[in-house]
Design a protein around this ligand. Structure first.
Ligand code: NAD
Ligand code: UDP
Length: 329
């Protein structure tokens, strides 16, 4: 079975390529490398010892995508391509809507035209907004406080309407919680451009001495120690969740949370980082970050029941692997 991995040179896509190749799938990978490097493609091949075709194309380009669908007999598409920096989306809304919506429309139109009926989409826990935890797939979505979050909710709606109109089109929407960590080889991992927005790469860069200290955004939230709580998930568990979703995909549209179901605060994360890696993370408490919610974690029972998937790796492995990747850079 041949899968098109759109955005496969990126953080989550690259780890998913490894798991797909190891599970015996053939891949076609497409990415414009706007937030990734060609080297990652070579490293996926090195880890797995398997080969695949890579296209450096923009997935908004209808003609290039058409060509790709003509040249390969595809069985399914995993769509990771998009912009993901929440803060940046506020001052570049059009870039975010244009990229995150048009890639989905171009890819799903090509799927319908060429009868490629399996489509897996990267959504985000951000669509739950400030709902009550744990977040369950049946909850009403709350308006996001930023264009990135809105683009995910809009994508879900576009795919819902499409799945309704084309009954053979099978769509899985995967709502990721907070992926961190790296492949255990340390060859692929998260490579943010510039100063990281997310907590984990910020911490590993402080550990490395690239950044001086972590700024903790608020310690007055109604959480265990006042700092924000998130459901961190090992990126390899997340990648395995995609293969489970692909194997169980069926007509219609089905939404799954991919998380661990466990909440961890910022302070708990840096204390565990020290315990695992023996490195102290200097920090200061600063004001809350605009748009942050206090607490987010998943109800994971639907993915467990319907996909037979649960996250296997714990916080210590996530922190060990994140550091193992950063220190080799
Ligand atoms: P990433 O930026 O590392 O990967 C995205 C990849 O898509 C990059 O390689 C980029 O070059 C490529 N890309 C972007 N626009 C493209 C275009 N128009 N044409 C071709 N390639 C394009 O991000 P990631 O962390 O791997 O995230 C993958 C997906 O998961 C994204 O849709 C993101 O919004 C979603 N997501 C990520 C997180 C997270 O914390 N990382 C959480 C929830 C959801
Ligand atoms: N956070 C922080 N300092 C940082 C980056 C993040 O204190 O430099 C906090 C943030 O307020 C949140 C948690 O860490 O409570 C996770 O943030 P991240 O941006 O990684 O994920 P998201 O908020 O998108 O879930």
């Amino acid at each position: 079975m041949t899968i098109l991995v759109a955005g496969g040179a990126g953080y989550i896509g690259s780890h998913t390529c490894v798991v797909l190749l190891e599970a015996g799938y053939d891949l076609v990978v497409a990415d414009n490398l706007s937030n990734s490097r060609k080297e990652t493609i070579d490293r996926i091949k090195k880890i797995t010892g398997k080969d695949f075709v890579f296209y450096k194309i923009d997935l908004r380009d209808v003609e290039k995508v058409e060509e790709l669908f003509i040249n390969h007999h595809l069985d399914g598409v995993m769509h990771f391509a998009g912009y993901k920096a929440v803060g940046e989306s506020v001052y570049k809304p059009l870039d975010y809507y244009y990229n995150n919506l048009v890639t989905t429309m171009v890819l799903s139109m090509a799927c319908i035209k060429h009868k490629v009926n399996k489509f897996i989409f990267s959504s985000s826990a951000t669509v739950y907004g400030n709902n009550k935890v744990p977040f369950v797939e049946t909850m009403d979505l709350l308006p996001a406080t930023n264009p990135y979050g809105e683009s995910k909710a809009m994508n879900e709606k576009i795919l819902m309407d499409t799945a309704k109109a084309y009954p053979d089109f099978s769509v899985s929407i995967l709502r990721y919680f907070n992926p961190i960590g790296a492949h255990e080889s340390g060859l692929i991992g998260e490579l943010p451009k510039g100063i990281p927005n997310n907590l984990m790469p910020y911490i590993t860069q402080v550990a490395k001495g690239k950044l001086e200290k972590l700024k903790i955004f608020g310690n007055d939230y109604p959480t265990i120690d006042g700092t924000g709580v998130r459901d961190y998930i090992h990126v390899m568990d997340l990648a395995e969740g995609h293969v489970a979703a692909l194997e169980k995909i069926r007509p219609g549209i089905h939404v799954y949370n991919l998380g661990t179901g466990q909440g961890t605060s910022v302070l708990q994360l840096i204390n565990t980082f020290k315990e695992v890696n023996g490195i102290d993370i200097p920090y200061e408490i600063v004001g809350r970050r605009a748009g942050d919610i206090p607490i987010s974690y998943a109800d994971v029972s639907k993915a467990r029941k319907e996909l037979g998937w649960t996250a296997k790796r714990g916080l210590k492995e996530m922190l060990r692997d994140a550091w193992n990747f950063e220190k080799r850079l």
